[in-house]
Write a protein that binds this ligand. Structure first.
Ligand SMILES: *Cc1c(COP(=O)(O)O)cnc(C)c1O
Length: 370
């Protein structure tokens, strides 16, 4: 339907879908006695951290997880007071405001612990920390040979309260991968050496595929946004729709070409629709000639190269009105492409597609049907 009020580029986030997904994940975790942390780093994977965090908490998430203290404090500023874990702050971060705001902090080394102790002294409060063990991802986390020392340092620091022990899996999205069990074994050993505060290991994939690895808390990211990290189906609803509208239409003659490089030439007279979004708005240029949009009730091909600010759709003999809605991706229920389809076409993961949709030129709106 033509809609005179469509922004040039809009991301619509369905908070009902987020609640549906979180409820499902909370139920899975709850069945093994675990609580759920909703991961809202990177502005909620491009969906907007604060609205998505609120929806997740409403749906039963007891914790929130972010990458940095800045992201954590933004949640507090929005009035969200559930436990929040920040897991990748640099050593020169001023931790005092985080301690004062009751943010849980991750620690991978004695040096990091020292920086947090300083922050706790400055804040005049105890810092809540989660010690992270590297069980095989070789990213952050404390190597096993330094673990005993780190645990002892944390236990000996009156400025910190040891809240959790945690780690992160490398291959949980490949069910049966032998590294998952190896990482789980190393994790259990690390937990045994640290006492038993809140233990957490599972991401979305392990939450759905490995109930035996839920421990006390699961950390779900991609699945709460409705994207399935596993190779088999799940009852998840993609929360993000990316849409625009037709800016201009024209008819071109057979033999005329479209867009930079003239990579596509019409083999018949045809109607074209111009859509005012491009790679500056999150449409990968690699999708040139390899994507469809949903326009006037049908999937139609994008022809020629995707440009910085625009792309062109071949409508054949159909005449579509200027202002008509163009769905670039959505949950797929109307036949439109999905973020997962885009990712598969260009050889990446849907995480990258949706996270890349946080752009200053894109209006973000929320649908919240109850
Ligand atoms: C991003 C992240 C998660 C969430 O992972 P998903 O695959 O999106 O569920 C969990 N834990 C850590 C440490 C992360 O960085």
């Amino acid at each position: 339907m033509a809609d005179g009020n469509l922004p040039r580029a809009e991301v619509v986030v369905d908070l009902g879908a987020v609640r549906h997904n979180v409820s499902l994940l909370v139920a899975r975790a709850g069945a093994s006695g675990a609580a759920t942390m909703a991961v809202v780093k990177a502005d909620g994977y491009g969906h907007g951290a604060v609205p998505v965090a609120r929806a997740a908490v409403e749906a039963g998430a007891a914790w929130l997880g972010v990458c940095s203290l800045g992201e954590a404090l933004a949640l507090r500023d929005a009035g969200i007071d559930v436990p929040v874990l920040s897991w990748l702050d640099t050593i020169d971060t001023d931790f005092a405001p985080g301690v004062a705001a009751g943010i849980d902090l991750s620690v991978s080394s004695s040096r990091e612990l020292g920086a947090i102790v300083e922050g706790a002294r400055a804040a005049g409060a105890r810092a809540r920390v989660h010690l992270k063990i590297d069980t095989g991802l070789s990213r952050n986390g404390c190597p096993p040979n330094e673990w005993a020392e780190l645990v002892a340092a944390a236990a000996g620091a009156p400025e910190v309260e040891l809240v959790g022990v945690w780690s992160h899996l490398a291959c949980a999205d490949e069910p049966g991968h032998p590294s998952v069990d190896l990482q789980a074994r190393r994790f259990r050993e690390a937990c045994a050496a640290a006492g038993t505060p809140v233990r957490h290991l599972a991401n979305s994939a392990a939450t759905l595929d490995r109930p035996d690895l839920h421990f006390d808390l699961v950390r779900v990211g991609i699945a709460m946004y409705g994207l399935n990290p596993l190779p088999y189906a799940q009852d998840l609803r993609p929360a993000m729709t990316f849409r625009s509208s037709v800016a201009l239409t024209k008819r071109i003659a057979a033999g005329e070409s479209v867009s930079y490089g003239q990579t596509w030439t019409a083999d018949r007279d045809t109607n074209l629709a111009l859509v005012p979004v491009g790679y500056a708005d999150g449409v990968p240029r690699l999708l040139s000639g390899r994507m469809d949009v949903l326009l006037a009730g049908r999937r139609r091909p994008v022809v020629g190269r995707v440009c910085m600010d625009q792309l062109v759709v071949d409508c054949g003999d159909d005449r579509v009105p200027v202002g008509e809605e163009v769905v670039l991706f959505g949950d797929g229920t109307r036949g439109e492409p999905t973020a997962t389809e885009w990712a598969n076409t260009i050889g990446t993961i849907d995480y990258e597609i949706v996270t890349g949709m946080y752009r200053p030129r894109i209006v973000r709106t929320y649908r919240d049907a109850r």
